[in-house]
Design a protein. Structure first.
Length: 498
């Protein structure tokens, strides 16, 4: 359907809105409209997300959509609102938070919710200004699509619109809005909010909403004495385990794993000071504001459990028995290591189910290579990609060149070639090249695109989007986006300020 402006101040996108969150009632949100973003311009757009939403190329290039997604024009059928949630931040109960700068437009008939992040003040803005700056908006846009390209569950991003309108952080910057998309933005913190306030009716309404929309099989569970809320906790634990295993395997550090940033659907959400590792450092802290290293790379699996435990506590009034909640959480403890081992085995191209002896060999191979990578701070993405090519028949030189400890990597490569000697190398290399990306959104790549965007050159944002959408493909001509980071990359400091 064409973009059509219906009434004077309304745009009909033909998306057939439903708005099931808005139907929950006024305890869950405040209705409001976005604050207009003056004289907006396009910074980045995803044709893939537009297609998935059912928006045409014409719509995506229209001025009407630019205005609507910048908060300047109402979209017919939407019911804009900011939702209320609470949460634990850096391990401490933070009380009420809520959508301080994100406005939920509604839910399309196809079941996608659309949010405008940075669209102005809400009743939950607290000390903030309701805005998002250009740099963090570009990072969220690109990383959402990069994670999707990697096959990692995530919210998506349709576009970023920018403006010369000033916003003040450590210095004066400019404002932007990210249009982000997910089946739901409900967080652990939404449940913590109603549990803390002992609003048990609302707590149950919310749980049933999530079950009905996303986990309908929980309703008929035969586990947990038929307790659907325990089944919900287990299902969320399973999805979270799968997501975190994928983060660890690809070398993704989220940076702010507060319970208000944890999705009930096991999606990666709220991209802030995230980072894809350059050199492999298990203790890497990507968030400049995280002085204690609570969210260091290797701590993510345990932090996710800590967060699930908070969710379990919030659901306890519905679950009833503590033993059932603990049993539901147990699934994370089994699944996370199993999922991580499977992901790491795939990175090594180890096909098929291992027998007990092979499983032990594989565990050792993984542990040993991670130690070698850590000792020399070897570039994580380049190592796996080069290893994949070596399996495909290329000389192992480029792999060895990444290490100072040549004897160590030679010994490891020998063990690895023994383990894979009887495997079909073509198939192994195929699997590895589809598992180990050539392109990830390294900090310095984002930084260069941001610098250009500040000069109104958005070509780098679009070029990065192209390679990150299919990061396992070679993309001839874009090799400069797949090389080692420059020296200055390690001095980029990304904090919670956004
Ligand atoms: P975050 O660390 O980005 O997940 O944000 C934590 C909380 O602060 C959330 O409730 C956000 O909505 C809110 N917040 C962050 N930045 C701003 C801002 N500039 N204006 C209003 N609220 C904000
Ligand atoms: Mg957040």
């Amino acid at each position: 359907m064409n973009t059509a402006t219906t009434e004077a101040n309304s745009l009909d996108l033909g998306l057939n809105w439903h708005n099931s969150f808005a139907a929950l009632g006024v305890d869950f949100f405040t209705e409001l409209t976005a604050t207009p973003l003056p004289a907006p311009y396009w910074v980045g757009r995803s044709k893939a997300v537009a297609r998935e939403l059912g928006l045409s190329a014409d719509q995506l290039s229209s001025d009407a959509l630019l205005q609507a997604l910048s908060g300047n024009l109402h979209i017919a059928g939407t019911q804009p609102l900011a939702s209320v949630y609470s949460g634990h931040q850096f391990g401490v109960w933070a009380g009420q938070l809520g959508d301080g700068r994100a406005i939920l437009l509604g839910q399309t008939a196809a079941g996608q919710e659309i949010q405008l992040k940075g669209a102005g003040l809400t009743p939950y803005s607290r000390m903030g200004d309701g805005r998002a700056v250009l740099r963090s908006s570009i990072r969220e846009f690109l990383c959402s699509e990069a994670m999707h390209g990697l096959g990692i569950p995530t919210s998506r991003a349709l576009c970023v619109t920018g403006s010369d309108s000033p916003v003040y952080r450590e210095t004066s910057e400019t404002a932007a809005v990210v249009t982000r998309v997910a089946p739901s933005f409900i967080r652990f913190g939404h449940f913590e909010h109603f549990a803390y306030r002992q609003q048990l009716t609302e707590l149950q309404t919310l749980a049933d909403h999530v079950i009905d929309r996303f986990y309908p099989t929980c309703r008929d569970t035969t586990e947990f004495q038929g307790n659907r809320f325990a089944a919900l906790l287990q299902a969320v634990s399973e999805r979270t385990a799968d997501m975190v295993a994928q983060w660890q395997a690809v070398g993704f550090c989220h940076g702010v794993m507060n319970t208000d940033n944890m999705s009930m659907l096991g999606l990666t959400i709220d991209y802030g000071p995230f980072q894809f590792l350059d050199g492999y450092d298990p203790g890497h802290i990507c968030n400049h504001s995280d002085s204690g290293g609570r969210y260091a790379f290797q701590k993510q699996p345990n932090i996710a459990y800590w967060n699930l435990f908070c969710l379990g506590q919030a659901l306890l009034p519905l679950i009833g028995e503590q033993a059932l909640a603990l049993a539901a959480l147990e699934s994370y403890k089994t699944l996370l290591p199993a999922a991580l081992a499977a992901r790491m085995r795939a990175k090594l191209g180890l096909l098929g189910e291992p027998d007990a002896q092979q499983a032990a060999t594989d565990r050792r191979l993984i542990e040993d290579i991670l130690k070698l990578l850590a000792a020399d701070r070897v570039d994580y993405t380049l190592f796996w990609r080069r290893l994949s090519h070596a399996q495909g028949g290329r000389a192992p030189g480029p792999v060895r060149d990444l290490f100072l400890n040549r004897a160590g990597i030679d010994a490891w490569l020998l063990q690895y070639s023994e383990r894979t000697s009887y495997m079909p190398h073509g198939l192994v290399a195929d699997l590895m090249l589809k598992t180990n990306p050539k392109y990830v959104l390294r900090n310095h790549l984002g930084e260069l695109a941001i610098r250009a965007a500040r000069q109104m050159d958005f070509s780098q944002v679009q070029a990065l989007l192209t390679v990150l959408e299919s990061p396992f493909d070679e993309h001839p001509g874009f090799d400069d986006l797949a090389g080692l980071p420059p020296d200055w990359a390690s001095s980029i400091a990304i904090s919670c300020s956004s």
